[in-house]
Design a protein. Structure first.
Length: 267
Protein backbone atom coordinates (compact mmCIF):
# COMPACT_ATOMS: atom_id res chain seq x y z
CA UNK A 1 0.00 0.00 0.00
CA UNK A 2 1.36 3.44 -0.93
CA UNK A 3 2.30 5.63 2.01
CA UNK A 4 2.18 8.94 0.11
CA UNK A 5 0.86 10.38 -3.10
CA UNK A 6 3.05 11.95 -5.75
CA UNK A 7 3.97 15.63 -5.50
CA UNK A 8 4.25 17.58 -8.75
CA UNK A 9 5.41 21.18 -8.89
CA UNK A 10 5.33 23.57 -11.83
CA UNK A 11 4.47 26.92 -13.34
CA UNK A 12 1.93 28.44 -15.72
CA UNK A 13 2.95 28.08 -19.38
CA UNK A 14 6.46 28.10 -20.78
CA UNK A 15 6.60 30.98 -23.29
CA UNK A 16 7.47 34.09 -21.30
CA UNK A 17 10.18 36.44 -22.54
CA UNK A 18 11.77 37.30 -19.13
CA UNK A 19 12.40 33.58 -18.52
CA UNK A 20 14.93 33.73 -21.37
CA UNK A 21 17.10 35.73 -18.99
CA UNK A 22 16.30 33.95 -15.73
CA UNK A 23 15.38 30.33 -16.59
CA UNK A 24 16.31 29.16 -20.08
CA UNK A 25 19.97 28.80 -21.11
CA UNK A 26 21.35 31.62 -23.28
CA UNK A 27 20.22 31.40 -26.91
CA UNK A 28 18.00 28.41 -26.16
CA UNK A 29 15.66 27.87 -29.18
CA UNK A 30 12.18 29.22 -28.52
CA UNK A 31 10.55 26.19 -30.09
CA UNK A 32 12.28 23.95 -27.54
CA UNK A 33 11.32 25.87 -24.42
CA UNK A 34 8.68 23.33 -23.43
CA UNK A 35 11.25 20.56 -23.75
CA UNK A 36 13.61 22.37 -21.39
CA UNK A 37 10.92 23.40 -18.89
CA UNK A 38 9.49 19.89 -18.73
CA UNK A 39 12.96 18.56 -17.95
CA UNK A 40 13.27 20.89 -14.95
CA UNK A 41 9.72 20.72 -13.60
CA UNK A 42 7.16 17.97 -13.10
CA UNK A 43 4.01 19.71 -14.31
CA UNK A 44 2.87 22.83 -16.18
CA UNK A 45 -0.52 24.52 -16.15
CA UNK A 46 -1.62 25.55 -19.64
CA UNK A 47 -3.65 28.75 -19.54
CA UNK A 48 -4.06 29.33 -23.28
CA UNK A 49 -6.83 26.71 -23.42
CA UNK A 50 -8.94 29.03 -21.26
CA UNK A 51 -9.05 31.56 -24.10
CA UNK A 52 -9.01 29.51 -27.31
CA UNK A 53 -9.19 25.87 -28.45
CA UNK A 54 -6.13 23.95 -29.54
CA UNK A 55 -5.96 21.38 -32.32
CA UNK A 56 -5.41 17.71 -31.58
CA UNK A 57 -2.06 17.90 -33.40
CA UNK A 58 -0.88 20.56 -30.95
CA UNK A 59 -1.65 18.34 -27.96
CA UNK A 60 0.18 15.48 -29.66
CA UNK A 61 3.20 17.73 -30.18
CA UNK A 62 3.22 18.76 -26.53
CA UNK A 63 3.11 15.12 -25.48
CA UNK A 64 6.16 14.29 -27.61
CA UNK A 65 8.13 17.21 -26.17
CA UNK A 66 7.79 16.05 -22.55
CA UNK A 67 9.34 13.15 -20.62
CA UNK A 68 7.64 10.15 -19.07
CA UNK A 69 5.99 11.01 -15.77
CA UNK A 70 5.38 14.64 -16.69
CA UNK A 71 1.78 15.87 -16.77
CA UNK A 72 -0.05 18.99 -17.91
CA UNK A 73 -2.90 20.71 -16.18
CA UNK A 74 -5.32 22.29 -18.65
CA UNK A 75 -7.36 25.40 -17.93
CA UNK A 76 -10.84 24.63 -19.25
CA UNK A 77 -12.48 27.12 -21.65
CA UNK A 78 -14.06 30.24 -20.24
CA UNK A 79 -17.12 29.72 -22.46
CA UNK A 80 -18.20 26.97 -20.06
CA UNK A 81 -17.43 28.68 -16.76
CA UNK A 82 -18.62 32.17 -17.70
CA UNK A 83 -21.99 31.08 -19.05
CA UNK A 84 -24.92 32.81 -17.34
CA UNK A 85 -26.42 29.39 -16.59
CA UNK A 86 -23.73 26.78 -16.00
CA UNK A 87 -26.13 23.96 -16.76
CA UNK A 88 -26.24 25.21 -20.36
CA UNK A 89 -22.52 24.59 -20.84
CA UNK A 90 -22.62 21.00 -22.07
CA UNK A 91 -21.70 21.89 -25.65
CA UNK A 92 -18.62 23.88 -24.57
CA UNK A 93 -17.58 21.22 -22.07
CA UNK A 94 -17.86 18.36 -24.55
CA UNK A 95 -16.16 20.33 -27.33
CA UNK A 96 -13.15 20.79 -25.09
CA UNK A 97 -12.95 17.37 -23.48
CA UNK A 98 -13.59 15.44 -26.70
CA UNK A 99 -11.87 17.94 -29.00
CA UNK A 100 -8.33 16.63 -28.95
CA UNK A 101 -6.96 16.56 -25.40
CA UNK A 102 -6.88 12.75 -25.58
CA UNK A 103 -3.74 13.20 -27.68
CA UNK A 104 -1.90 14.07 -24.48
CA UNK A 105 -2.24 10.45 -23.39
CA UNK A 106 -0.67 9.87 -19.99
CA UNK A 107 0.53 13.49 -19.96
CA UNK A 108 -3.05 14.62 -19.29
CA UNK A 109 -3.40 15.73 -15.69
CA UNK A 110 -6.11 17.80 -13.98
CA UNK A 111 -8.59 19.97 -15.85
CA UNK A 112 -9.12 23.23 -13.99
CA UNK A 113 -12.48 25.02 -14.22
CA UNK A 114 -11.96 28.64 -13.16
CA UNK A 115 -14.91 30.84 -12.23
CA UNK A 116 -15.01 34.63 -12.16
CA UNK A 117 -14.79 36.46 -8.82
CA UNK A 118 -18.24 37.92 -9.49
CA UNK A 119 -19.96 34.51 -9.67
CA UNK A 120 -21.51 33.55 -6.33
CA UNK A 121 -22.31 30.02 -5.26
CA UNK A 122 -25.71 28.78 -6.46
CA UNK A 123 -26.10 25.21 -5.31
CA UNK A 124 -28.42 23.81 -7.99
CA UNK A 125 -26.58 25.45 -10.88
CA UNK A 126 -23.23 24.12 -9.68
CA UNK A 127 -24.68 20.67 -9.07
CA UNK A 128 -25.95 20.60 -12.65
CA UNK A 129 -22.55 21.78 -13.90
CA UNK A 130 -20.69 19.06 -12.02
CA UNK A 131 -23.05 16.47 -13.46
CA UNK A 132 -22.01 17.59 -16.95
CA UNK A 133 -18.30 16.94 -16.46
CA UNK A 134 -17.20 13.74 -18.22
CA UNK A 135 -15.50 11.35 -15.84
CA UNK A 136 -13.54 9.30 -18.40
CA UNK A 137 -11.78 9.83 -21.70
CA UNK A 138 -10.78 6.80 -23.75
CA UNK A 139 -10.94 4.67 -20.62
CA UNK A 140 -8.75 7.06 -18.64
CA UNK A 141 -10.16 8.69 -15.52
CA UNK A 142 -10.44 12.47 -15.78
CA UNK A 143 -9.45 14.66 -12.86
CA UNK A 144 -11.47 17.86 -12.61
CA UNK A 145 -10.74 20.69 -10.19
CA UNK A 146 -12.74 23.81 -9.32
CA UNK A 147 -11.26 27.26 -8.87
CA UNK A 148 -13.89 29.45 -7.25
CA UNK A 149 -13.25 33.05 -6.26
CA UNK A 150 -16.39 34.36 -4.55
CA UNK A 151 -16.62 34.28 -0.72
CA UNK A 152 -20.04 32.61 -0.85
CA UNK A 153 -18.35 29.32 -1.79
CA UNK A 154 -16.84 29.09 1.68
CA UNK A 155 -19.73 27.00 2.94
CA UNK A 156 -20.49 23.50 4.12
CA UNK A 157 -23.02 23.12 1.31
CA UNK A 158 -20.48 23.79 -1.42
CA UNK A 159 -17.88 21.54 0.14
CA UNK A 160 -20.40 18.72 0.46
CA UNK A 161 -21.28 19.14 -3.21
CA UNK A 162 -17.64 19.07 -4.29
CA UNK A 163 -16.96 16.07 -2.07
CA UNK A 164 -19.95 14.16 -3.46
CA UNK A 165 -18.45 14.55 -6.94
CA UNK A 166 -14.93 13.75 -5.69
CA UNK A 167 -13.74 17.09 -7.07
CA UNK A 168 -11.09 19.17 -5.29
CA UNK A 169 -11.23 22.92 -4.87
CA UNK A 170 -8.14 24.94 -5.75
CA UNK A 171 -6.25 26.32 -2.81
CA UNK A 172 -5.46 29.78 -4.18
CA UNK A 173 -2.86 31.35 -1.95
CA UNK A 174 -3.73 34.84 -3.09
CA UNK A 175 -4.47 38.06 -1.21
CA UNK A 176 -7.21 38.82 -3.75
CA UNK A 177 -9.34 35.67 -3.41
CA UNK A 178 -10.61 33.52 -0.56
CA UNK A 179 -8.51 30.44 0.15
CA UNK A 180 -9.79 27.34 1.84
CA UNK A 181 -7.80 24.17 2.30
CA UNK A 182 -10.65 21.73 2.96
CA UNK A 183 -10.00 18.39 1.26
CA UNK A 184 -12.78 17.16 -1.01
CA UNK A 185 -11.09 14.56 -3.27
CA UNK A 186 -8.15 12.19 -3.60
CA UNK A 187 -5.79 14.86 -4.91
CA UNK A 188 -4.86 18.43 -4.00
CA UNK A 189 -4.36 21.41 -6.30
CA UNK A 190 -2.77 24.66 -5.15
CA UNK A 191 -1.87 27.85 -7.03
CA UNK A 192 0.74 29.87 -5.16
CA UNK A 193 0.55 33.54 -6.07
CA UNK A 194 2.91 35.45 -3.79
CA UNK A 195 6.28 35.40 -5.58
CA UNK A 196 8.47 38.47 -5.00
CA UNK A 197 10.75 40.01 -7.62
CA UNK A 198 13.41 40.93 -5.07
CA UNK A 199 13.93 37.28 -4.06
CA UNK A 200 15.84 35.06 -6.49
CA UNK A 201 13.69 32.05 -5.60
CA UNK A 202 10.46 34.04 -5.52
CA UNK A 203 9.67 33.05 -1.95
CA UNK A 204 11.86 33.31 1.17
CA UNK A 205 13.51 30.03 2.12
CA UNK A 206 11.35 29.68 5.24
CA UNK A 207 8.18 29.99 3.15
CA UNK A 208 9.40 27.37 0.70
CA UNK A 209 10.15 25.12 3.67
CA UNK A 210 6.57 25.60 4.88
CA UNK A 211 5.13 24.74 1.46
CA UNK A 212 7.33 21.66 1.24
CA UNK A 213 5.96 20.46 4.59
CA UNK A 214 2.41 21.21 3.50
CA UNK A 215 2.88 19.31 0.24
CA UNK A 216 4.28 16.35 2.14
CA UNK A 217 1.39 16.48 4.61
CA UNK A 218 -1.13 16.48 1.76
CA UNK A 219 0.66 13.65 0.00
CA UNK A 220 0.62 11.63 3.20
CA UNK A 221 -3.08 12.21 3.69
CA UNK A 222 -2.90 14.86 6.39
CA UNK A 223 -4.56 18.28 6.53
CA UNK A 224 -1.70 20.78 7.07
CA UNK A 225 -2.05 23.13 10.03
CA UNK A 226 -2.07 26.91 9.78
CA UNK A 227 -4.12 27.10 6.59
CA UNK A 228 -7.66 28.46 6.19
CA UNK A 229 -10.41 25.87 6.58
CA UNK A 230 -14.19 26.21 6.47
CA UNK A 231 -14.82 22.99 8.39
CA UNK A 232 -13.18 21.98 11.64
CA UNK A 233 -13.65 18.27 10.92
CA UNK A 234 -10.94 16.77 8.72
CA UNK A 235 -11.61 13.84 6.35
CA UNK A 236 -10.04 10.44 6.92
CA UNK A 237 -6.35 10.44 6.05
CA UNK A 238 -5.24 8.63 2.90
CA UNK A 239 -2.50 9.30 0.33
CA UNK A 240 -3.20 12.09 -2.13
CA UNK A 241 -1.43 13.27 -5.26
CA UNK A 242 -0.45 16.93 -5.00
CA UNK A 243 -0.17 19.58 -7.72
CA UNK A 244 1.44 22.92 -6.83
CA UNK A 245 1.84 25.76 -9.32
CA UNK A 246 3.67 29.04 -8.90
CA UNK A 247 1.40 31.39 -10.84
CA UNK A 248 1.23 35.13 -11.39
CA UNK A 249 2.73 37.70 -8.99
CA UNK A 250 6.45 38.10 -9.82
CA UNK A 251 6.16 35.72 -12.75
CA UNK A 252 9.83 35.98 -13.70
CA UNK A 253 10.71 34.23 -10.42
CA UNK A 254 8.22 31.37 -10.64
CA UNK A 255 10.49 28.79 -12.35
CA UNK A 256 13.13 29.30 -9.67
CA UNK A 257 10.48 28.99 -6.96
CA UNK A 258 9.22 25.75 -8.47
CA UNK A 259 12.71 24.29 -8.76
CA UNK A 260 13.50 25.25 -5.18
CA UNK A 261 10.35 23.52 -3.95
CA UNK A 262 11.04 20.43 -6.06
CA UNK A 263 14.47 20.18 -4.44
CA UNK A 264 12.86 20.32 -0.99
CA UNK A 265 10.14 17.72 -1.56
CA UNK A 266 12.62 15.41 -3.31
CA UNK A 267 15.22 15.53 -0.55
Amino acid sequence: MATAGRIRVGIGGWNYAPWRDTFYPPKWPHDRELEYAAGCLTTIEINSTFYRPQKAAVYAKWRKQTPDGFVFSLKAPRFATQAKVLANGKRSIDAFVFGGIAELGDRLGPISWQFAPERPFERDDFADFLDLLPRELNGRRLRHVLEVRHPSFMSDVFLALARSHETPVVYTDSPAYPSFADLTADFVYARLMRSQSAIATGYPARELDKWARRAQDWAGGKAPPNLDYVQATKPKAHPRDVFLFFIGAAKERNPAAAQALIARVSA
